[in-house]
Design a protein around this ligand. Sequence first.
Ligand code: M6R
Length: 599
Amino acid sequence: MCGIVGYLGTLEAMPVLFDLLKRLEYRGYDSAGIAIAGNSIRTSKTKGSVDDLVSVTPNVHGNIGIGHTRWATHGRPTSANAHPHCDDARGIAVVHNGIIENYTEIKERLIGRGYEFRSETDTEVLPHLFGEHYCGDLEASVREALSDVRGSYALAAICESEPDKIVVARKGSPLVLGVCGSDFFVASDVAGILKYTRDVIFVEDGEIGVITGDGIRLTTLDGTPVERDVETMDLDPEAAEMSGYEHFMLKEIFEQPAVIRETFSGRVSSGGIDLDLGMDLRDVERIVVLACGTSHNAGLFGRYAIERFSKIPVVVEVASEFRYMNPIIDDRDLVVAITQSGETADTLAAMREAGSRGCKKLGIVNVLGSGMTRECECLFTRAGPEIGVAATKSFTSQLAVLLLLSVALGSDRKVLSTASVNEFVYELRQLGGNIQRVLNDAPAIKECAALFTDADRFLFMGRGANYPIALEGALKLKEISYVPAEGFPAGELKHGPLALISEGVPVIAIATRDTVYDKLLGNIKEVEARGATVVGIASEGDTEITKYVNYVLRIPDTNPLIAPILSSVVLQLFAYYVAYHRGCEIDKPRNLAKSVTVE
Ligand code: M6R
């Protein structure tokens, strides 16, 4: 969703701000703007892209500025609603992510005192509030004004009377500060500033930061000084670059062998699985998984793995529903929140709701320093920055972590024998290489996808642990190619989806060898008899499948609970190439944002 940037240092601010904004484009946005500090605040904003902003902005000199990419919530995507918003009387400009919940009452009060509003946004109350409290000290006015504000924010403000500083504040929306000698950066996430520095300070909820040429000073909202060391992120600056690939999504699909090795590093060895969890899970009686979107699909897969290996019952809930459910949760439950970004508002809120009922809490998270890491103990997926809006490497690394968790639980509870753990670990250690073998088949998958460029709908089916993979295959395809796609458990075919089958409708069947393989062949027969064109994803060496389907895409033969990871990679490539052949904007699909930080 929206992205915040800021820069203070030795360079011209304008090109740096444009560059930072480009790096946050993947978060999703529909308008953009910047403000540069000087004797006066000079702003430029526009509906459209950062490139559009560059083309309408005259050259402005100055070493301090803020910028924003806006994903419309309150008010349409227009130039007037784009940030920065300003209080002209005091020369204050503000960029903001989040939602000011009580903006209507603040706005009415300010209008009553003669303030004029130029936008439909909630954000515009902030510069006016800061202006109202301003007595020559921007930091003090931000501090006082925020005590009136309800809602969430990550914000950055500059003021023409103090053109040597940026004031930032955070509550509920991510905010990171980068340090590189005398140059300081503000961003919504580390990927935005990785090109400039790996040395960062994460601003925590309820903190205000003041950035000047002398450094960064943090305090809590009530003014108590905060000491926080600069952290050096263990990330390759290349991680947020396209590195010769045509799209981030393709790059991230191809990174998966390395990602899986990183996910397993120090956790999987010939001695078994060691997750180094700082919590005792021996008396957990039930696991409740909370997540949204792709992460929810990972959770559904996790249920099959955890119940199979540890015999602990699992329920999987969509976080946005769970938070309003009055759930029955207590201290015998382990609640696991799965989230790539660690910032999904619904998942964070659901976790807080569950936590208030006294359960144990665990996050499966990709982004270090994100909101979820402040809520609970976390197992990191270690997929590195994921820039493409469509989750790919983060999904397979979530599946991998869920497998590790389920084997660790099963082994602790003596449900799994040492021999079966060793056998599984042996297969797990082949996973990186097996993903590489799937990737080597990309040309064949591309060719197959080309056959369906003009299809007007797709169905994806699987059974058992392949059912969530069918859901994810459908989600991936619809997200980036805009073609309606439905995933369903193949056993449900006759209960509805069969009505969608007519001559030539493509059905993608995940038909890898497992205990329900024969049943799935029966389902393929049912769709084929009604004219569907079937693409089967099948294990190497399975000759039977060719009698049932029109096209076969292969994965290496492996354990039935590891095969879904390989099938996911096939489906990611399939979705990518369908979208590619259709000429879609793959990394930034319409209407979508990378992390959904509002409800
Ligand atoms: O960051 P999270 O994993 O919490 O995000 C959840 C969903 O918004 C996300 O998985 C979304 O469905 C992806 N765009 C799917 O590719």
